[in-house]
Design a protein around this ligand. Structure first.
Ligand code: G1P
Length: 296
């Protein structure tokens, strides 16, 4: 398509990580919830890996007090690396934590006013280009990854894109929900968006699942700081105001999603990922069967 060559590439990603993680207390009293590991990688690492696979160059963390461990994680640990090298240990395991100099930026969300406000805190770094957003609680496992699938769709249709998935009707009130228009393959036109609707008022059971590619104009809408569901400044409300002014599509992710914002989802992700790892699958399967057997 001729148009796609004029499209600015998606080079920047915003990771809102200022939340207090109260659902995982006391584990998250002194460490950020994004640093809780699924096996041997902290949750934030999965999101960053997905971003880099999609061609994202600059990572923008919207952090808050007590969240410095996230930035530390992606810094070079000189003493650790020197000690490991001296002991002839491979440094390959640290590879995913390396960021090109200057490509990690942390801004603070000083007050927890909502997801929309968190994103708006990154406006000066995002500047005048399309950008991605990752909610690290939503662990998306696929090949290619969710954001890569979205970037491919973006190259086709441009504008704004969100990842969506179907949930049972009873769950829609916990999420942002789309009013779907025409669908073609994995792409669905978005006609409307509503944050945390009542079940009977939800326009569908297709929910926003934590990945976005947005145009910078959304920052101007967020600038108005209008409050929505739960008294918070909602990203969903700002996006809803963009519909009609710019193309807006949903991408149904071909892959698996784990809600690591909940304890059950976290356990599910840990088990599922362990069962997919060549170095663990067999032992974990045997262990799970043994535990289930004991339980019965
Ligand atoms: C946020 C978004 C919501 C989205 C959800 C995905 O809600 O506001 O639209 O569906 O993440 O996890 P939160 O979980 O922060 O309440």
């Amino acid at each position: 398509m001729g148009q796609s060559s004029q499209r600015k590439p998606v080079r920047k990603a915003v990771f809102p990580v200022a939340g207090m993680g109260t659902r995982f207390l006391p584990a998250t009293k002194a460490i950020p919830k994004e640093m809780l590991p699924i096996i041997d990688r902290p949750l934030i690492q999965y999101a960053v890996d997905e971003a880099r696979e999609a061609g994202i160059e600059q990572l923008i963390f919207v952090t808050g007090r007590g969240k410095t461990a996230i930035v530390e994680h992606f810094d070079m640990a000189f003493e650790l690396e020197t000690t490991m090298a001296e002991r002839e240990k491979s440094l390959a395991v640290l590879e995913p934590t390396r960021i090109q100099p200057g490509n990690l930026v942390a801004v603070r969300q000083q007050v927890p006013l909502g997801l929309g406000h968190a994103i708006w805190c990154a406006r000066a770094i995002v500047g005048d280009e399309p950008f991605a957003i990752f909610l690290p609680d939503e662990l998306m496992i696929g090949s290619p990854g969710c954001m890569k699938q979205m970037v491919e769709a973006y190259e086709e249709v441009g504008g704004n894109l969100i990842s969506v998935l179907e949930v049972p009707r009873e769950e829609v009130s916990s999420y942002g929900v789309i009013d779907p228009g025409a669908a073609q393959g994995a792409l669905t036109e978005v006609r409307g968006l509503v944050e945390k609707p009542r079940r009977e008022e939800a326009p569908s059971n297709l929910i926003i699942s934590g990945r976005y590619i947005l145009q910078p104009e959304v920052m101007r809408v967020l600038e108005r700081q209008e409050k929505g569901a739960g008294g918070e400044i909602q990203l969903t409300d700002a996006m809803a105001q963009m519909i009609g002014t710019q193309p807006f599509h949903a991408v149904t992710f071909a892959g698996k999603r784990y809600d690591c914002g909940s304890k059950l989802g976290f356990v599910e992700a840990t088990l599922a990922l362990a069962l997919e790892r060549d170095d663990m699958a067999e032992d974990v399967r045997a262990m799970a069967l043994r535990l289930l057997d004991q339980g019965s």
